[in-house]
Structure formats: C-alpha cells, structure tokens
Design a protein around this ligand. Structure first.
Ligand SMILES: [Zn+2]
Ligand SMILES: [Zn+2]
Ligand SMILES: [Zn+2]
Ligand SMILES: [Zn+2]
Length: 317
C-alpha cells in the first residue's frame, strides 16, 4: 500500500498542472489538504472545549469566541471539501463548473455567524450592567490554551504550500484570532486583580462586533456575486474606453460583466467594426479585444463581432 501511494505521488507531482486533470481520491497525497485537516481538527476540538469552558467559567467572552471558532471550523471544512471540487471545471450539469459551491458555503457560514453574533450581543448587554462572577482562573487557562492551539495551527500551515492563496488567508485569520486571545488574557489578568467582572461582557461585545463586521461584509460580497453584480475591481467605464481605443473598434454594446466567485470574471459583448472590414481584420480585432480583456483580468470573455452595416436587436440590452 505504501509503495502504491509513493508511486502515485511521484506521478502526480510530475504531471499535475493543477487545472482540469482527474484526481483519484484517496490515492493522491496533497500536503495542503493534510495541513488543512490538522487545522480543522484543532479548531473543532477547541470549539468544543470553549463551549464547555465558557459554561463552566460563566464567561460570555469565552462563549463568544466559541461561536467565532465554530465559524472558522465551518470555513476550513468547506474549503477542504470544496476547494478541490471547485477547480475540476465543467460537468454535464454545471457547465460553468462548481466554483459557486464555495461562494454558497461562505454565504451560509456568514449567515450562521451573523445570527451567532446577534445572540451573543443580546446575552452580553444585560451582563454588562449586572455583572456576574466569572471563574477568572479558568478564563486565563483557556486563553493560554487558545494561544497554544492558534500557534500550533499557524506553525502547521506555515510548513505547507506557501503558494496556496486560501491557506495564506487562513493563516492570516488564525493570527487575528491569536490577537483576540491576547485581549482575553489581558482582560482576565485585570479581572483577576480587580474583580471587575464587567470586563468579561465587554470582551464578549468586542468579539461579537468583530464577528458581525466580517459576517456583514461577507454576506454583502456573497449576495452581490449571486445577484450577478459587476465584480469588485472592474471599472466598466475604464474597460469600455480601453476596448474602444483598440484600432478598428467603432462601437461596443450589449456589454455584461459578472463574476463566478469573485475571482473568475465573465464578460459578454458585441464589438462593432467598420462595414468594409474583411475576415482578416475581424480576426485581428477579435484577438486584440481578447488580449485586452485578459490583461483586464477577465478570464471568461465571449464576444460577437458585427459590422456597422448590420442592425442589432441588442443595442440597448
Ligand atoms: Zn492534483
Ligand atoms: Zn477565527
Ligand atoms: Zn449587437
Ligand atoms: Zn444584453
């Protein structure tokens, strides 16, 4: 079994262009996926520890972070399951591929976090005005444990493939989480010496605000993708001007731009050339337009070349 695995790994390393090839599940060893699995296992187990730890210490700050880590676990799990799937390209049913599965998973995760942070806030506000005693030593131990878990996950990911954008994002996020734990640690130390238990709901509200801010941002991004909005970072006016500047392009209409998942952008348009253009000129214009669109980060353009003599039904579409 070991030999078969080794053999497959070598073949895979030699032949994988990372695009459109077929994967035999369970035979490949993907270091990125393995590191993600370890990070997921750490996150899930720590989420459970936090939920019970939060109840035991009577700390709403710890419960808030448990909600946050639940969201992280969902995000890592969906990345692990869907990242490979979304790169496989078209299928008979999903002719654009399955990239939006990841977008949908991120949207659902954000909605869960949105509800979670609202529930935290509703519970933390009364606690701020009527503070309850918190088992501070327990909170301190959990904060130290949290930092260790976070640190372990970061180190584990650092060893892996550095070119994976997703992995970079996860690592950056884990470092943000470590900062949250440092805040809880400092708050815990202050509570230990002063007995100011209102610090606990204050930390909780801070964590909830952080979760809410990111959730709202991600929900807004996800919805604009599903509603076929123009992708962020694409300026339609600038794009139009650059295309009109191409030699022999006299007009452009029926221009539509949307994005599969925020990274792969799709464009369709009609390009008008002078009435006397021959097939060679049309071909050159088409190549120029496609090259320009590639430079403008449009990965999936579809264009139709027309002459100014033709009447088009889609001039105002
Ligand atoms: Zn592969
Ligand atoms: Zn996090
Ligand atoms: Zn047209
Ligand atoms: Zn149209």
């Amino acid at each position: 079994m070991e030999d078969i695995n080794q053999e497959t790994v070598h073949r895979h390393d030699a032949g994988c262009d990372g695009h459109g090839h077929h994967h035999h599940d369970g035979m490949h060893i993907h270091p990125v996926a393995n590191n993600m699995k370890v990070a997921l296992a750490l996150n899930v187990s720590f989420t459970i520890i936090e939920f019970f730890g939060g109840l035991f210490t009577n700390s709403v700050a710890i419960i808030s972070d448990a909600i946050h880590d639940l969201g992280d676990s969902l995000a890592i799990a969906s990345a692990l399951v869907l990242e490979k799937e979304s790169e496989r390209g078209r299928t008979a049913t999903f002719t654009y591929g399955k990239r939006r599965f990841s977008t949908l998973a991120a949207l659902i995760t954000s909605l869960i976090l949105f509800v979670g942070s609202v529930v935290i806030t509703i519970n933390a506000i009364p606690r701020f005005f009527h503070p309850e005693e918190v088992h501070v030593q327990g909170v301190l131990w959990l904060a130290i444990l949290g930092l260790l878990f976070n640190g372990a996950a970061v180190l584990r990911l650092k060893k892996g493939n550095k070119s994976s954008l997703n992995q970079k994002a996860v690592m950056l996020h884990l470092m943000e989480d470590a900062l949250g734990w440092i805040a809880v640690l400092i708050g815990g130390i202050v509570m230990y010496f002063t007995g100011w238990y209102w610090i606990d709901p204050l930390l909780s509200l801070g964590i909830a605000a952080f979760i809410l801010f990111n959730a709202v941002k991600n929900i807004s991004n996800g919805l604009s993708i599903f509603l076929q909005a123009k992708p962020h970072g694409i300026d339609e006016g600038k794009l139009l001007n650059e295309l009109l500047a191409i030699p022999h392009v006299s007009d452009i209409h029926d221009l539509h731009i949307w994005t599969m998942d925020g990274e792969k952008h799709i464009l369709t348009s009609h390009i008008v050339v002078p009435a006397d253009s021959d097939i060679t000129l049309m071909r050159r214009v088409r190549e120029d337009v496609l090259q320009k669109l590639k430079n403008l980060n449009i990965q999936h353009p579809t264009i139709q070349i027309e002459t100014s003599m033709e009447t088009c039904r889609f001039t105002n579409c």
